[in-house]
Design a protein around this ligand. Structure first.
Ligand code: SAM
Ligand code: SF4
Length: 362
């Protein structure tokens, strides 16, 4: 039993309170707990919220060098709207984990406040953040104090010139500083996300691992997915999870850290029989769609039931037109039911989603 199921339906805090607290219209007293369950029987507990589509880097696998149009300010959810929808997710729909992402979430000026408000929700979810680390040197402490539980920092290379080529910005020192600040703020274990690309940084698996072991960061390699706006992804060029495993195995003995990874996308490997682990997220070559427990809210208030979904369901306009929390919850459920069984990347009919990763929220 997770989330709301552990709470009684006679909980003293009714949804009427929730509507008032989060700025939404007054709604009926709490109904029995609902669930975000799809037609294949999977239930979403993990909500990814994109706080902005903007970014201060231009990673080649995520964004074009220039020319991407940003969402106009009125299209973006306000802080109150974000917190209200998260509250609908946690209090009515059983969401237990909320990850804030983007674009670059540290670019949202009110981020610390948003983290504080989500952490203070009565059905408090675990709150985590995925960031490129730029600005974290200043924000890590306030974020931890506001209630942030976990953090993932993306870093694909340790080499300055490669970082510049890969992100089109000379900011690697900011990322190193951000990582250190996150650890110092107690956001441990700090996780590092790395995407390897052939001919770019595919020889760095071992170096990235040494760096993370040395600093006590938990490394996760992620296979590159077809989510770039330039549509330059190519299956044959992708560095696969098994290649990464082989590369790391030339230096370390890897043993499975868990018999069953549950809904976690990472296959976790214990390093040299120590407590340290490395994760490999083989989203493309070994999809984990059957155990997926994610749902996504874009920065402009659209629900996506999958990273690769080609359809989105609006909550923003419904909310602005006066929908109650229960009505929003039912819209969210309707958007979930139709979730496809798998991402279908290997299917000849596969089409990339219209929005790039930066706009969906990674
Ligand atoms: N800007 C933040 C960051 O970079 O961590 C958060 C958003 S970013 C879209 C979230 C994660 O998605 C990052 O770890 C990034 O490396 C990953 N990502 C972006 N595009 C990707 C792609 N095409 N394939 C695999 N991972 C990707
Ligand atoms: Fe920005 Fe993150 Fe995309 Fe890189 S991966 S361009 S840091 S949103």
């Amino acid at each position: 039993m997770r989330g709301l199921a552990e709470r009684s339906d006679t909980d003293s805090r009714s949804m009427t309170d929730a509507g008032g607290t989060y700025g939404g219209p007054m709604s009926a007293p709490r109904t029995p707990a609902l669930r975000l369950t799809d037609k294949h029987g999977r239930t979403a507990y993990d909500l990814r919220v994109s706080l902005t589509d903007k970014c201060n880097l231009r990673c080649t696998y995520c964004m074009p060098a220039e020319g991407l149009e940003w969402l106009a300010k009125p299209e973006l959810l306000s802080d109150d709207e974000i917190v209200r929808l998260v509250a609908v997710g946690t209090e009515i729909l059983g969401i237990t984990d909320v990850r804030l992402t983007g674009g670059e979430p540290l670019l949202r000026p009110s981020l610390v406040d948003i983290v504080g408000r989500i952490s203070a929700l009565p059905a408090r979810p675990a709150v985590s953040l995925t960031t490129n680390g730029i600005g974290l040197a200043r924000l890590a402490k306030p974020l931890a104090a506001a209630g942030l539980d976990r953090i993932n920092v993306s870093l694909d290379t340790l080499q300055r010139d490669r970082f510049v080529a890969l992100t089109r910005r000379d900011r690697i020192d900011d990322v190193f500083d951000g990582l250190q600040a996150a650890a110092a703020a107690g956001l441990s274990p700090v996780k590092v996300n790395s995407v390897l690309m052939r001919g770019v940084n595919d020889d760095e698996a071992a170096d990235l691992l040494e760096f993370c072991l040395e600093h006590d960061y938990a490394l996760r390699f992620i296979e590159q997915m077809p989510l770039d706006p330039m549509h330059g992804w190519n299956r044959d060029m992708m560095v696969t999870g098994s290649e990464i495993f082989d590369q790391v195995s030339t230096k370390h003995v890897l043993t499975a850290a868990k018999a069953d990874r549950g809904s976690s996308p990472a296959n976790l490997w214990r390093i040299d029989n120590t407590e340290a682990t490395v994760g490999i997220i083989a989203s493309v070559s070994a999809p984990f769609c059957g155990a997926c427990d994610r749902t996504r809210l874009t920065a402009d208030g659209q629900i996506r039931n999958c990273l690769f979904a080609r359809e989105e369901s609006d909550l923003r306009d419904a909310m602005r037109a006066g929908a109650t929390d229960e009505e929003l919850a039912h819209r969210w459920i309707a958007a979930t039911v139709t979730k496809a069984a798998g991402h279908g990347i290997d299917d000849p009919t596969f089409l990339q989603p219209q929005r790039p990763m930066s706009a969906i929220g990674g």
